[in-house]
Design a protein around this ligand. Sequence first.
Ligand SMILES: C[S@@+](CC[C@H](N)C(=O)[O-])C[C@H]1O[C@@H](n2cnc3c(N)ncnc32)[C@H](O)[C@@H]1O
Length: 453
Amino acid sequence: MTKVCTNTHLFDVYILDLLKKYKENKEPISVNFRDLVPQITNMDRYTHFIHSYPAKLLQQIPYFFLNNTIFSKENDIVLDPFCGTGTVLLEASVANRNAIGIDINPIAALIAKTKTSKENILKLKKELENIQALFKIYSSSKKQYRIPKISNIDHWYSKNNIRKLSKIKDVISQIDDTNIKEFYLVVFSICCKKFSYCDPRISVPVKINKDKFPEGHALREDAIKNLEFINKSEVFEYFIEQAKKNITRLTEYQNSSMMNSNEVIVYNSDIKHLAKKQIKKKLVQLILTSPPYVSAQKYIRASSLSLQWLELNNATISELDKQSIGREHFPKSEYDYLHTLGMNKIDKILSKIYERNKLRAYITYRYLFEMQESFSHYYQVLKSNGYFVMVIGNNTIAGYEFMTHKYLIEIAERVGFSTELILIDDIKSRGLMTKRNKTASVISREYIVVFRK
Ligand SMILES: C[S@@+](CC[C@H](N)C(=O)[O-])C[C@H]1O[C@@H](n2cnc3c(N)ncnc32)[C@H](O)[C@@H]1O
């Protein structure tokens, strides 16, 4: 079991020192979060690994920003408006903060909710026994089952796996208790990816192709092994194995947060509608988030198979995509002329990009415009003197290095925030990250900017 010190004063002295240094020099300070947080030795802590997701936040970052009394105190409210699978929410809960998460992606919201679930472990285990019994019935009899509507299903799955996944979906549909059902839907979603022909090295669905690599190449061997595993079709067995692992993880989380009185709420919603949600104005003490990048990750597309199997989305996948910040598809009529934000540095880079590529300029403009909209919401819900911590990297757009953090700082300051600290962490590849920099793809820099209202 992971032993983690949750002393909330842990980083106080160090943080005060960083804030002082930045105030004096106004220069970004280099840090290494892995070294800074030696308390985390095993990344499979609590429920962090219950389901994969592209560009998950490094756990050490929320751990650092939540285990101190400067940015927030116990029982304060912490908001992650782009919560993804809930890395911040989980760390906030263990550090005894109340947490609110928002994400447009129904799969991400489901994982985040399950990650911080207080569902009774005995009930989960009992349900797993029922599921196992039903699997036996479904395997041996000619029980009817329904195949969900999945576009191009035969391209992504073998007949055998379609049958078995559909049966699992049928079994889970029979669970009455919503929380228990959601827990098993997360396990099911793992299987939907694992038993598809999707290349596990790529976040969006792309078929495994062993012939892309020559005989003897390690990646060819990996592809062959993956295909063998998929074709063995041990879907029920794998489901049970993953369910047990996730029950163990949830038990560890619940044991660690047992004495805490906090609450975690997750909304599956568009951040642009945050104002309409129940988050009361001026109640949030800390906003801690890693927002999307300009056209860097296709979160909805990455989850598209699970979204179809789980039939979670009221909206269609393309509608969800249209609400995602950082998206790439726009009708030509929208980018026929140069759009600007009325901010010097930003307008300059937008017009440079426009010279090279009109669509890229519009994608960038829409990203910055929508981030500005979301920052205005943050300003409304944050307490006076509250903090907003943003983790973001740079990328390349139309051949220009796009210093995302600089432009977002300009926007945040226009909204009313003051910049209190900039940290830089050189991160080793976080897997599944879209290549953001043409020249240096393995090591990229992440900027952590601390704002104050
Ligand atoms: C960098 S990821 C966050 C990852 C998260 N920190 C984690 O550890 O799992 C950014 C998230 O922003 C979400 N997102 C994009 N546009 C959004 C919008 N308009 N409203 C809410 N969430 C959005 C994406 O679905 C994605 O999950």
